[in-house]
Design a protein around this ligand. Structure first.
Ligand code: NDP
Ligand code: DGY
Length: 329
């Protein structure tokens, strides 16, 4: 649509986002922006209404962008920009069929997510939430040789499932803790693994030999439910399991069983199914399970940069230009 005709393109933003991103969109002068101006997710009916006739959609990982949404948007839709690196919430085949371009936010959140994953690993392995609870509840009676002992990284073997951008950044941060061996599995060996002396091994080897297992792969049909009963049964009884990828990579009933039976030592999850996890979920009753509310990329600066990037992706898509970060469909 020509700007000269003073008909601005329509952009729908599904949530209140950092002002860095909104500023870029509103000052571009090429689009009329409507926003679901709330910190809470847009109800489905509002999303379907709001997206009607949109040329651009800026969405979040909690918005399921499927055929229904694409139909509701209609033929104007040129670009979907997601404020995330993960894109499992997008019906990619359907989007591709309609010639819609997709922008996402790789790299800019890698450091923040890797940092959080290391924090979660240490908190889980060294039982920090339990210790904090004991201090607050008066359970701390004395220094006790056998109390609140956990597992240390020094001399350990760490296994990373999915040595992508974030997986490698996690490995880089863990190595200086004195990790002896760094194993990784995935679809292919990675030349960049040499930086962390990573050994590409079959999944079974990683499961049986690792003291810490960190899941940082993307959610795909092959990784959905990957961490199940059989997976946990191959882990050491002393091993710690960490997931900062997507909740659906884990079968949570099987994880509960593995944690409560002593099959594995502990688990730290930044992601669950569903999100939020209901407060009466069995996993929340376990002391050896540490659960965070999907905060991997949650630093002020990272979220601001993600918002900027997603706004710039959107504008490039609207203008038919190269996006700073376009997903290859
Ligand atoms: P990358 O694409 O760089 O890495 C994804 C990795 O997943 C690749 O190394 C890939 O390995 C691996 N993978 C894909 N399929 C399989 C498989 N079948 N088995 C094992 N590994 C597999 O993405 P990022 O590192 O940037 O992000 C990874 C994921 O982290 C995102 O998709 C998102 O879900 C999640 N994430 C979570 C955050 C949080 O807040 N907790 C924040 C940001 C991201 P290969 O190359 O061999 O196929
Ligand atoms: C992503 O970007 O995929 C994360 O889950 C949130 O930053």
């Amino acid at each position: 649509m020509m700007q000269g005709a003073r008909q601005l393109m329509k952009v729908y933003v599904t949530r209140r986002i950092p002002q860095e991103g909104m500023k870029i969109l509103t000052e571009a002068g090429v689009c009329k922006v409507s926003v679901w101006d709330s910190d809470e997710p847009v109800p489905r009916a509002e999303l379907l209404k709001g997206v009607a006739g949109a040329h651009g959609l800026l969405c979040l990982l909690s918005d399921r962008i499927d055929t229904e949404v694409l139909d509701a948007a209609g033929p104007n839709l040129k670009v979907i920009s997601t404020l995330s690196v993960g894109f499992d919430h997008l019906a990619i085949n359907e989007i591709k069929k309609r010639g819609v371009r997709v922008g996402y936010t790789p790299d800019v959140l890698t450091d923040a997510t890797a940092e959080l994953t290391v924090a979660l690993l240490l908190a889980t392995a060294r039982r920090l939430p339990e210790g904090i609870d004991e201090v607050k509840s008066g359970g701390w009676s004395s220094w006790k040789p056998l109390w609140l002992c956990g597992y240390g990284l020094s001399g350990s073997t760490v296994g990373v499932i999915g040595l992508g951008r974030i997986g490698l950044a996690i490995a880089r941060r863990l190595k200086p803790f004195g990790v002896k061996r760094l194993l990784y599995s995935g679809r292919s060996a990675k030349p960049q693994a040499s930086e962390v002396e990573g050994e590409y091994v079959p999944l079974d080897t990683l499961l049986t030999e690792s003291d810490f297992i960190v899941v940082s792969c993307s959610l795909t049909p092959e990784t959905q439910g990957l961490c199940n009963k059989e997976f946990f049964s191959k882990m050491k009884n002393t091993a710690v399991f960490i997931n900062s990828s997507r909740g659906s990579v884990v079968n949570q009933e099987d994880l509960y069983e593995a944690l409560s039976s002593g099959q594995i030592a502990a688990a730290g999850l930044d992601v669950t199914t569903p999100e939020p996890l209901p407060t009466d979920h069995p996993l929340l009753t376990l002391k050896n399970c540490v659960i965070l509310p999907h905060i991997g990329s949650a630093t002020y600066s990272t979220r601001g940069i993600m918002a900027e990037l997603s706004a710039n992706n959107l504008l490039a898509g609207l203008g038919g230009a190269a996006m700073p970060s376009e997903l290859a469909l």
